[in-house]
Design a protein around this ligand. Structure first.
Ligand SMILES: C[S@@+](CC[C@H](N)C(=O)[O-])C[C@H]1O[C@@H](n2cnc3c(N)ncnc32)[C@H](O)[C@@H]1O
Length: 184
């Protein structure tokens, strides 16, 4: 089954977990990754990679000695990613985004967390846990990058991060806002 069809199938199986009817575009991916300094980012975390549209772009850009941790809860997306990604820099976890810290090595903190999670359709506790777990897993000066289809997450992210900058692209279905949040 092709990637887009499978994405719709997974959405129909669990709308609240998948949160979108089709994979994001590369245009959105470029906006998501624009503020990342890949030469200095050694620990990268991606939450909700889905079919891996952003994952592939991260792998192309990441440094040879960087590590990428993926957290994907959907069985099909997880298994497909695990079957097709063989890059030794990438670790794929079939676990919720709430468990980032338990998967990093002791004393290790992330330079960047990239999230596609549909925060606003999550139950409130899960939403808050993901945001706070991501914050705690980031090193000082780390960045959290999140896309959403609305501005509803602004309040929560601004309550967590001192600086939040916002950009928008129409070149995605639906058009999307990108929040870049700086841990200072
Ligand atoms: C909106 S889709 C984004 C997929 C892909 N990154 C893209 O942009 O096309 C959200 C993804 O988050 C995953 N997801 C939902 N809840 C999750 C959780 N608690 N932990 C990890 N992944 C989760 C879904 O299975 C889905 O793959």
């Amino acid at each position: 089954m092709n990637t887009k069809r499978n994405f719709i199938k997974q959405f129909l199986k669990d709308k609240k977990m998948v949160g979108a009817v089709s994979p994001s575009t590369k245009f959105l991916g470029k906006k998501m990754l624009k503020n990342i300094d890949f030469s200095s980012s050694k620990i990268i975390v991606e939450l909700g990679p889905g079919t891996g549209i952003f994952t592939d772009m991260i792998i192309q850009r990441m440094a040879p000695d960087a590590k990428l941790f993926l957290f994907e809860l959907n069985d099909d997306f997880h298994n497909t990613l695990a079957a097709r990604i063989s890059d030794p820099r990438v670790k794929i976890f079939h676990e919720s985004a709430e468990s980032i810290q338990s998967k990093l090595d002791q004393g290790e903190q992330a330079d960047v967390v990239i999230s596609s999670l549909p925060l606003m359709v999550f139950p409130e506790t899960l939403r808050k846990n993901v945001v706070s777990e991501s914050y705690k897993s980031l090193k000082k000066d780390g960045i959290y990058i999140q896309f959403q289809y609305s501005l509803q997450s602004k309040k929560l992210l601004e309550a967590t991060y001192k600086k939040v900058s916002l950009s928008f692209t129409i070149k995605n279905l639906p058009p999307a806002f990108v929040y870049t949040c700086y841990k200072t």
